[in-house]
Design a protein around this ligand. Structure first.
Ligand SMILES: [Zn+2]
Length: 436
């Protein structure tokens, strides 16, 4: 978007002074929605649909036409804990995500790491496969086990402790994980019972999309946030913080005349593997993709023990994910300008692929945004820079039931929402000048 040199005279900048109180009002609405719908706003659940209705209603009141983009995704839930029983039940058994559901009693048989069909050369059909963790994905292990006729698969950790993890597609057989001690004990038995209780089915969810009525349709700026929470909590920091901010930005822009068209997206099923944003990008034509000049992503922008992380578009910090597409560096600089202007500390955070910018980066759309931190631990240097507690997670309630309104860092949200408003104003009203 920054290479654009539009000759249009710069209109008066829109207000885009997002109000913290208004954002908090949306957060309270999302919290109430979660409370009224079983404590979560997860994709495929009524709390998500109510969240989408709330966003759509506010947008319609402001004069937007709202598009809902439906798609299916593999909905999975563990309905009861897994069990492995020999002479007595073993402790520390976990159901691996996307495991099949059922109970089988059979003889266990080791298959090494179980990463190739050859590992099953001497395997007797109908037995319980016991595979060591490592060497390949759980998906590969599970597929090999099922194809070789295993009745169930037990994956044994290298360490003597339970672990979690999962496959990427729904499996037909029970797949559980155990620590190394349990694994050794199981392998010596002549009979073992493995049981899992899971639900796997295709469910429909949807993205919510709206765009300004004016602005050059060939120059599109997008701002997105995932609207779904995980099953275990109301998802206030992750990611009502981003969804409420995008909503407030949209309501602010409703009455102004941006130079480019500005499109807002609330993604569904991000927590199920970036499904909504991936589907959105996949259904765009090549021409439509080329029109998107920038994508801003907001996912977790009010972490209680957080930092101000700006996505490292130019990969200057060499954080692992590589640089964003050309133009990402200029978005990064626009965010930096806000923090410098307000004498606020910031760090660069890796475009690691863990949120909805990933499919946009993959098709070459300049991308950026803010992130105040998830489950990772705050370092001493970060605590010096931002305050807070070194050695504690940025968000101790990440993906937990305690990610409630109380988990929202209002001071951080005021800064992050202000920063996004600042950058969006530049992109929407000063095209060609965002890097200055
Ligand atoms: Zn998130």
């Amino acid at each position: 978007m920054l290479a654009l040199a539009l000759a249009a005279p710069a209109p008066a900048p829109s207000p885009l002074e997002v109000s913290l109180d208004d954002i908090l009002g949306h957060l309270q609405a999302f919290q109430a929605i979660a409370q009224a719908h079983g404590g979560n706003r997860a994709a495929g659940e009524p709390g998500y649909d109510a969240s989408a209705d709330y966003v759509a209603a506010r947008l319609q009141e402001a004069g937007y036409e709202v598009e809902r983009q439906p798609f299916t995704f593999p909905f999975y839930r563990e309905l009861a804990p897994a069990q492995v029983v020999g002479d007595q039940p073993f402790a520390g058994v976990t159901t691996l995500r996307m495991s099949g559901s059922g109970q089988v009693t059979a003889r266990p048989q080791r298959v090494g790491q179980g990463c190739t069909p050859r590992a099953y050369a001497g395997f007797e059909r109908g037995r319980v496969a016991v595979a060591d963790r490592g060497g390949c994905t759980f998906q590969v292990k599970a597929v090999n086990a099922a194809r070789s006729g295993a009745a169930a698969l037990v994956v044994v950790n290298q360490k003597d402790e339970p672990f979690s993890g999962g496959m990427t597609t729904p499996q037909s057989i029970p797949v559980v994980g155990v620590g190394s001690g349990v694994g050794a004990a199981i392998a010596d038995l002549t009979r073992v019972t493995v049981s899992t209780t899971t639900l796997s089915e295709e469910r429909v969810t949807h993205n919510v999309i709206a765009q300004t009525r004016t602005g050059d349709p060939d120059q599109v700026i997008m701002v997105g946030a995932h609207l779904d929470s995980v099953e275990d909590g109301p998802g206030m920091n992750d990611n009502a913080s981003g969804a409420a901010t995008v909503l407030e930005l949209a309501l602010n822009l409703a009455r102004s005349k941006p130079i480019p068209l500005v499109r807002f997206a609330w993604w569904g099923a991000e927590e199920e593997g970036l499904v909504g944003s991936t589907r959105y990008v996949a259904q765009l034509t090549k021409e439509e993709r080329g029109k998107i000049k920038a994508y801003l992503n907001l996912d977790m922008i009010a972490s209680p023990n957080g930092i101000y992380g700006i996505f490292d578009g130019d990969d200057s910090e060499k954080l692992g994910g590589g640089p964003g597409p050309v133009g990402s560096a200029a978005i990064e600089r626009a965010f930096e300008a806000f923090f410098k202007r307000h004498r606020l500390p910031y760090l660069e955070t890796d475009l690691s692929g863990r949120s909805d910018y990933a499919p946009f980066v993959a098709i070459g759309v300049p991308s950026g945004g803010l992130f105040t931190g998830a489950e990772a631990t705050k370092t001493a240097r970060q605590a010096e820079l931002f305050g807070g507690t070194a050695g504690s997670p940025f968000d101790p309630c990440y993906h937990k039931a305690c990610d409630t309104l109380d988990n929202i860092n209002q001071e951080a949200l005021k800064v992050t929402s202000g920063a996004v408003g600042f950058v969006l104003r530049k992109l929407a009203f000063e095209l060609g000048d965002a890097a200055s």
